[in-house]
Design a protein around this ligand. Sequence first.
Ligand SMILES: *Cc1c(COP(=O)(O)O)cnc(C)c1O
Length: 399
Amino acid sequence: MDDTKKKTNTAWRPQTNMVRGGTLRSQYGETCEAIYLTSGFVYDSAEQAKASFMGQDDHFIYSRYSNPSVAMFEERMKLMEGTKFCQGTASGMGAIFAALACQLKAGDHLVASRALFGSCDYVCTVLMPQYGVRVTMIDGTDLNQWEKALSQPTNMVFMETPSNPTMEIIDLEAVAKMAHKAGARVVVDNVFATPCLQRPIALGADIVVYSSTKHIDGQGRSLGGAILFNDEEYWEKHLRMFIRHTGPTLSAFNAWLQLKGLETLELRVARHCDNALKVAQFLEGHAGIGKVIFPGLDSHPQRALIKKQMQGPGSVIAFEVMGDEARVFRFMNAMKLIDISNNLGDSKSLMTHPATTTHQRTGPEGRAKLGISDQLVRLSIGLEDVEDIKDDLEQALKA
Ligand SMILES: *Cc1c(COP(=O)(O)O)cnc(C)c1O
């Protein structure tokens, strides 16, 4: 958040910013950004310490507040998202919880879409009510339900689009309009789309949150998150103090990994999308496979909305394997290249069975509402040669 030391040319185009934006070069002139593994910082004088605490000097104070490696990551994220503020966090959930909890208080109203990442569902349906927040969970694809829920004063709206794991799409522009009329700030979990494929702020959202654990790191190495927005009041009145005093801080080492991840994000996401479309087309209509849900297929029921608000389909496919749980497990266990893992957005292709893992806690009734059947498999497509991914699926289907 240390704006005066940044070496950024505002005329640079986006891809240049992804490689160079926000770099703070030390007196040693290193090519690659440095990792500042330090908890605190020393002052030249007591006067400088005083001025720093009074906000009159931009000296770093303590790594729970800010750190040069984290500041570089935040600056590059801001340039990419086109926002005034970015706060890095220790994980995606750290970002999402902080984004909501810094503002919401007992008696407030939160409206959220039902199809959420498992931990986001826990935050909305268990934790927030525990703090006295009134929560309305709705089917995010149904604008009538949004209209009804937002007919009463609302403080925050939270949604994920495309959703995990069923790839439901929410009309961001329409919901943001309704939410603002109800007095709410709109928070969008943009993990599945990545900053390359969807710009929620341009569509009317107020706050965008990421798990940078996913495509931004992209190589399965580290946890991280980010909260991005333009709203000065939200920063000054809510988020800044919440982060400082509760400590969900991004580590300097993880910030550095993810800063380097940003340099290749666009290239990787483009390859993820190409590979995923080819695999989705291969699976659709294949013997032994039921429905295939992927934003890039014409068979997706919300194709028109996808074309309107997304610049690409993403890397995650959901599909049904014909047969019972035993058959689905046999298929997954027969995989020789694709790993069984609940992570996503990794350079390695990863497969999970949501009903028994990520959405086990949701229960059979909840899963039925979300369209998560016992046959449903989620596949995060990696950066391997797409022919090897298809070969692996083909041989596993025969097993
Ligand atoms: C992974 C994920 C999160 C949580 O991120 P962590 O970094 O694991 O805490 C939140 N939302 C979505 C959509 C995710 O995929």
